[in-house]
Write a protein that binds this ligand. Structure first.
Ligand code: NAI
Length: 324
């Protein structure tokens, strides 16, 4: 039988964790023929709740689930891990400045990066979901100098899927008709969902919608969808975030011709090297590749630059805090 793939999930007792673990265990993360072993990392106060979730996982009798471990020790949680989904993070609370937020998350993602560096399997792949995701991924990456930098990624797939869904509804087409959607930059309100390369039935999406809708409805709706969900549901996106994490890892491992993911920049499209920024990407042989050669007009340039500037400011701030 195939050796199970060890998947470590942090923040396992949280809302996204609850939506994510069952789909991993049922074969959606890697494929319906790949056995998995789950490792759940939580803070001590939430270990009991994670144990409760593990009881429910047991009760599903998933054929692909070969075991579950639960711990509050990152060294154990990442020991031999092949995939790490870093979901647990410190949320921004009232009165918290950006510096405080980055400092608090540095206290989580620094040690987790080091534990990954010291204990994970050689093929470890990391997806950071916990916000501020791009910069948390940067912190973890810098704490893991022995792991190839490209293995640290952050999630903009939820934004990508939101963009597909908004455009499909506007044009009254199935989401499967839309190709080459791209989210650029930071997973934040500055992100830029790009319709100038997206295609619907072979036509450029930006030419199928009016400029005002693109500028004043589409872009802000996608960028502020998280807030709209909180307003409607009274809680932040969880199942859709879990679904996006599944999509990201599945495509990373199994390949795709085009999606969006935040990966370390090699300087493409004027994004300073090393920033973990969202790009149009393909995945081949288990590696993300930035799709090259796209023409970027002035409208897109301005928006990509604004989001990348925010990422640079976050990088400067975590440097000044000594986190990278
Ligand atoms: P939640 O508050 O329900 O769960 C977070 C869990 O993380 C809690 O159980 C907490 O005990 C745990 N945790 C905190 N510090 C930890 C640590 N050091 N080690 C292990 N576990 C730890 O939050 P939810 O809704 O599950 O969201 C998790 C994160 O995902 C948040 O940062 C949220 O902003 C982010 N998010 C990101 C999205 C994206 O598109 N990138 C979309 C939606 C949410």
């Amino acid at each position: 039988a195939q050796t199970p793939v060890k998947v470590t999930v942090t923040g396992a007792a949280g809302q996204i964790g609850y939506a994510l673990l069952f789909r991993i265990a049922s074969g959606h993360l890697l494929g319906a023929d790949v056995p998995v072993k789950l490792s759940l990392l939580e803070i001590p106060q939430a270990v009991k709740a994670a144990e409760g979730t593990a009881m429910e996982l047991d009760d599903c009798a998933f054929p692909l689930l070969s075991g579950i471990e639960i711990t509050d020790d990152a060294n154990k949680a990442f020991d031999g891990a092949n995939i790490a989904l870093l979901v647990g993070a410190r949320p921004r609370t009232a009165g918290m400045e950006r510096g405080d937020l980055l400092q608090a998350n540095g206290g989580i993602f620094g040690p987790q990066g080091k534990a990954i560096n010291d204990h994970a399997a050689d093929d470890i792949r990391v997806l950071v979901v916990g916000n501020p995701a791009n910069t948390n991924a940067l912190i973890a990456q810098h704490s893991a100098p022995d792991v190839p930098a490209e293995r640290f990624t952050a999630m903009t797939r939820l934004d990508h899927n939101r963009a597909l869904s908004q455009l499909a509804a506007k044009l009254q087409v199935p989401v499967t008709e839309i190709k080459k959607m791209t989210i650029w930059g930071n997973h934040s309100a500055t992100q830029y969902p790009d319709l100038f390369h997206a295609e619907v039935g072979g036509k450029i999406a930006a030419e199928l919608v009016d400029d005002a809708w693109l500028r004043d409805t589409f872009i802000p709706t996608v960028a502020k969808r998280g807030a709209a969900i909180i307003e409607a549901r009274g809680a932040s996106s969880a199942a859709s975030a879990a679904n996006a994490a599944i999509d990201h890892v599945f495509d990373w491992v199994n390949g795709t011709e085009w999606t969006s993911a935040a990966i370390p920049s090699d300087g493409s499209y004027g994004v300073p090297e090393g920033l973990i920024s969202s790009f149009p990407v393909a995945s081949r042989n288990g590696k993300w590749e930035i799709i090259q050669g796209l023409e970027i007009d002035a409208f897109s340039r301005e928006r990509i630059d604004a989001s990348v500037r925010e990422l640079e400011e976050e990088r400067t701030a975590v440097r000044e805090l000594g986190l990278i």
